[in-house]
Design a protein around this ligand. Structure first.
Ligand code: FMN
Length: 258
């Protein structure tokens, strides 16, 4: 096992932090590793908001589905899928004029551009996670940044072609977080298929979920669910936060595609 493999295999999400600050040198090293991530066409279709204002952290802790640890994280980076910068550069570079000369309308950022920009932003974010981990700094993704678009647009000054795709919170893990057990993963045979997609049948699902089912039964949940499928549907897939995310993402898409 080499050092990179160790970092990857031992990483876990960290949601409680010591008071130890993240030094400027380490922050800069994490940033440089982030910016070295692969990027579609070498365009860097993302921006990072470094949230240093405690009042904004406090607001995000509420707007991102009430997760107080966001406000307590010493470093909070918000990753934006960003075509605004390139679109503005195209305008500043006389692209409208060149299109007019050719008798064609200037194309605006569309669905494909959005997905590419989201890919860029997420890949950069994961570089930040791994780089931080290599310095002993834990992190946690906050997917709920896709909720409450109106609030985040106003709070962070987001223009049309910017999509808040994920947020990362970082900090030195508390001892309790270091000691916490790693989460499990599904066996690779249910995730990796050779050449063609394979839809799983009921016996395969039973095998795939056996471990999680045993943990669920041990955990005594009072939600009335009979199995992991029902519990996940009720607690995650059909939860209020998911409905809010769907509403908010629809708005962002409308804005991007208008
Ligand atoms: C896209 C994405 C969004 C996530 N959003 C949240 C979140 O809002 N709050 C949270 O506590 N964890 C969040 N997580 C962390 C996951 O819950 C975590 O990665 C998962 O439970 C596996 O645990 P591990 O990272 O410790 O292995 C998110 C992870 C990803 C990849």
């Amino acid at each position: 096992m080499n050092e990179v493999m160790q970092v990857l295999m031992q990483r876990k999400s960290v949601r409680a932090y010591t008071d130890e600050p993240i030094s400027a040198e380490v922050r800069e090293a994490i940033l440089q590793a982030t910016l070295r991530a692969p990027t579609a066409g070498n365009l860097m279709l993302y921006s990072i908001l470094d949230i240093t204002d405690q009042a904004i952290k406090d607001r995000l802790a509420v707007s991102c589905d009430h997760q107080p640890f966001i406000a307590r994280a010493p470093m909070v980076w918000l990753f934006l899928a960003d075509y605004q910068r390139w679109y503005d550069y195209f305008l500043a570079s006389g692209v409208e004029e060149v299109c007019a000369q050719r008798g064609e309308p200037m194309r605006r950022p569309a669905e494909g551009d959005l997905f590419l920009a989201c890919s860029d932003a997420l890949i950069a974010a994961q570089n930040a996670v791994v780089a931080a981990e290599s310095f002993g700094i834990g992190s946690c993704y906050i997917g709920d940044i896709m909720e409450q678009y109106e609030v985040h647009k106003e709070l962070l000054g987001l223009p049309q072609y910017v999509f808040p795709i994920c947020m990362l919170v970082f900090g030195h893990p508390t001892q309790q977080q270091k000691d916490r057990e790693m989460t499990t993963r599904f066996d690779s045979k249910f995730i990796v298929f050779e050449n063609r997609y394979h839809r799983l049948d009921k016996p395969e699902f039973e095998e795939m979920f056996a471990e999680r089912e045993a943990a669920r039964v041990k955990g005594h949940t009072a939600d009335g669910a009979q199995n992991v499928g029902q519990a996940t549907y009720l607690r995650k897939f059909n939860a209020d936060f998911t409905k809010e995310m769907t509403r908010s993402v629809k708005l962002i898409l409308q804005e991007w595609l208008k």
